[in-house]
Design a protein. Sequence first.
Length: 244
Amino acid sequence: MLRFDVITLFPELIDLYTRTSIIGRGITAEKIGVATHNPRDFCLDKYKKVDDSPYGGGAGMVLKPEPFFATFESIERPPDAPVILVSPQGIPFNSNMAETLSKEKQITFFCGHYEGFDERIATLATHEVSIGDFVITGGELAALIIIDAVSRFVPGVVGKHASVLSESFSDGLLEGPSYTKPPEFRGMNVPDVLLSGNHKLIERWRRQESLRRTYERRPDLLEHAKLNREDLLYIEELKKRSGA
C-alpha cells in the first residue's frame, strides 16, 4: 500500500476529495492511504499561530518553521521516503514522475499558504514540485493533483490498470479520440474503422490519431516520444498535409 501524508492547515480539503470516486475506492480497497497532519496542532501558543511577518519587510505573512518541523517529525516514515514541497518554483510535475512515485511506500507533502514557507522548512523536502507556471491560493490543490495522478499508477486503484497505460502521456503522446454508442449522433458518426471489427486496423488508426493529435496540439512532445519507423513516416505525411 502507498501511504500519502499531507501536512496542511486545511485537512478538510484533502479529506473531502480523497473520500470520493476512484481515490476513495482505492483507500477502501487498502491500495492507498491518506493521512492529514495540521501544524496548528503543534503550536505551543494559545493562538495557534503558524505564520509571522517576513524579516526585511514586505507584503503578506510567512509560515513559521517551528510548527511545520514539529508536524513533520511526528510522522513515522522511512528515512528515504520522498518529501514533496509543492511550489510554483519546483520542477514540473509530469506523468513519468507520477509513475516513478507510485512505486514508493510513503510520500509526505507540505502544503503552503500566504506568502509561502520560511526557507528553512524547504530543507526537509527531497523534491520541490510545480504543477504549472501559475500561483494558486494554497498547496492543497496541487498536492491532490499529484496524489490523484500517482494513485492511478498503483495497481488495483483503477479498475482496469491497462487503461492507465494507454492514457495520454503514457508513451509520450496524447491519447487519441474515443467513441461509444450510438454510432451516429446529430450527424456525427463514429469512424467506420472502429466498427469494422478488424483489430489490426483499429490499433493502427488509434496510433495514427494519437500522433496526429500530438502533432497538432503538443508537437513538443514528439521530440522525446517513443516513435518507430511507421510513426516517423506518418508524421512526415502530417507535415506535408499542413504545409510545414
